[in-house]
Each structure stands twice: as C-alpha cells, then as structure tokens.
Design a protein around this ligand. Structure first.
Ligand code: NAD
Length: 282
C-alpha cells in the first residue's frame, strides 16, 4: 500500500533512545517502511541517556508505544527495566530493540542478527565455518555470540590488551558454555597467531572503530599478505564506505562488504519484531 504519510489520532509510535542520536537515519528508514507497509506508525529519535532511561522505558508502557530502538549509552543498561530478554540479548548482554506487547516489554539484540543477515545476503551461511572477528566491544560481542548461536564451527577473537580484552574473554566463556562452537581470544599484536587464524577462516571481520574518525586511513591488518582470495572480508565501519581495511581486501581479490548492510539488516530485524513484516517486501 502506498498511502501518503499522515499523522492522525491513531498514529502509533516507536522510539529510538540514545545520546547523541540526532545524526541517525533510522527514523527516516523505519517511518518509510511503516508507510510502505500501510502501517500507521512513525519512529522518532529521543535524546535519552542513562539518567533518563528508566523514565523513558516507563513511557513506552504509559504511552502504549509499539516499542523502541535503543543505542549507546543505553544498550547494556536497559535490560534491568524490561520484563523479558530474548535468548540472544541475554547472552550478548545488550538490547537494541524493545517490543511492547500489551504492556510486557521484551528486549532483543538485532545487531548480530543483522550481521548474519548481511552475510546471508552475500550468500554465506556461517554454519560450520570459521570466523576471525577483530574487536571485543559492543558490535563485536553481538557478532561473535550470534555467529556461535547460528552454528559457526569456530570463532577466533583478536583484540588489543585494552579494557575490552576482558570482555572478549567473557565472550569466549559464554560461547563455550552455551553453544557447540569453538572459541579463543588472542592479543591483536600477536601477528603469528593472526596470520594462522586468518589462514583457515572463511570470514574476517573488523569490529573495531579503526577506519572511521578519528582513525580514518588506519587498520590493524599488518599487510595484504595476511589475506587469501577465498576470504570474505567485512567491516562494521560504513563511513567512509571504503576503509583502508576494505581496500586491502579488494587488493587481495577477496569479496568484501562495509558496515552498511549490517546496519540496514539490524533495522529490518527490528521492523519485523514490531510488525511481523519483511521490510524489503512491503
Ligand atoms: P566499542 O567502543 O564497544 O568497542 C570498540 C572496539 O574497538 C574494542 O574492541 C576496542 O578494543 C577496539 N579499539 C579501539 N581503539 C583501538 C585501537 N586504537 N586499536 C585497536 N583496537 C581498538 O564500539 P562498538 O560499538 O563495538 O563499535 C565498533 C565499530 O563498529 C564502530 O566503528 C561502530 O561505528 C561500528 N558499528 C557498526 C554497526 C553497524 O550496524 N554497521 C553497529 C554497531 C557498531
């Protein structure tokens, strides 16, 4: 249905609660998808940080909103204010989508689901495959745990020895305890291990901020000889669209994608949770 977007007394609302958030494309994307699907609903962005999060979540119930997206700095904090968590959100320890069903709020994490969908869109099913994923922050954890939940055979995590390294160790522990996937973490400065783990991986992912401002033009990959042409190389960074990391992948003859599909598919997964509909087929 192609109805013109109009707001009436019946129009429903989903939120996007984060700070900063004014730069986000999500409200335009979700509202356009609602319009195309003939659903009288819009998304609005709200500047919400940890100090106002509890009240903002209460408003979802009070205003009978369909739900909300949640981003930084609220993703790892919001779970305590919700009624239920999906299995992946509980394991990842992060929520980016809230669904309101008759006042019962459930938290989901669609970041890893979006990454899996982006890989699938490239024709890759992670089942039984080995992935090397560099990073141990929010995006990396979601990708690593979702890949394990989706049946990946082995995941090698690399991170510098900063405050995130412990989080990476915890991810390894969770994967080993809750899935049948093998997992290990290495220091990103261990180049011998990096070369060895990449050698028999099907997927190599950058899930650090290297490549985007203030790290534009920088990558942790020492040189192009670490890559092989059968490797699928992915970057969570989408601005700029071609990072130094992806340029090296192109040079090595690898198939590659930037972070845009992951972002798109995580939004589509949230849309599906709110509406039951496929964003790309409305
Ligand atoms: P985060 O702050 O939770 O984690 C940062 C990660 O980068 C950690 O692993 C940290 O160790 C690493 N890091 C930071 N500085 C480093 C350095 N100098 N050298 C090596 N490693 C370094 O961040 P996040 O939320 O996980 O985001 C990571 C990246 O993913 C960002 O670029 C973000 O924009 C992007 N992202 C993309 C999507 C998407 O949908 N495409 C979703 C979430 C995040």
């Amino acid at each position: 249905m192609e109805a013109k977007a109009t707001i009436s007394g019946h129009t429903e609302l989903v939120g996007l609660m984060a700070y900063p958030i004014r730069h986000s494309n999500s409200p335009a994307m979700q509202t356009e998808a609602f319009r195309k699907a003939g659903i009288d609903c819009i998304q609005l962005a709200f500047e919400v940080d940890n100090t106002t999060l509890e009240d903002a979540v209460k408003a979802i119930r009070a205003l009978k909103m369909r739900g909300s997206n949640v981003s930084m700095p609220n993703k790892t904090v919001v779970g305590q204010y919700l009624d239920k968590l999906s299995p992946e959100a509980a394991l990842i320890g992060s929520v980016n989508t809230i669904v309101n069903e008759d006042g019962v709020l459930t938290g989901y994490c669609t970041d890893g689901i979006g990454y899996m969908a982006a890989l699938k869109d490239m024709g890759i099913d992670v089942k039984g495959k080995k992935l090397t994923i560099v990073g141990a922050g929010g995006a990396a954890t979601a990708m690593q745990i979702q890949a394990a939940l989706n049946g990946a055979g082995e995941i090698s995590i690399f991170n510098v020895k900063d405050k995130f390294f412990e989080a990476g160790k915890e991810t390894v522990r969770k994967i080993q305890e809750h899935t049948s996937c093998k997992a290990a973490i290495y220091d990103l400065n261990n180049h011998e291990a990096l070369r060895r783990e990449i050698d028999d991986s099907a997927v190599l992912a950058n899930a650090t901020g290297l490549g985007m401002k203030p790290y534009e033009g920088i990558t942790w990959l020492p040189d192009v000889s670490y890559l092989h042409p059968d490797l699928i190389v992915t970057d969570t960074v989408y601005a700029p669209p071609m990072t130094r990391f992806l340029k090296m992948a192109r040079e090595a003859g690898c198939r590659f994608m930037n972070g845009h599909p992951m972002m798109l598919f995580q939004g589509a997964a949230a849309f599906k949770l709110w509406t039951g509909k496929d964003m790309f087929n409305v």
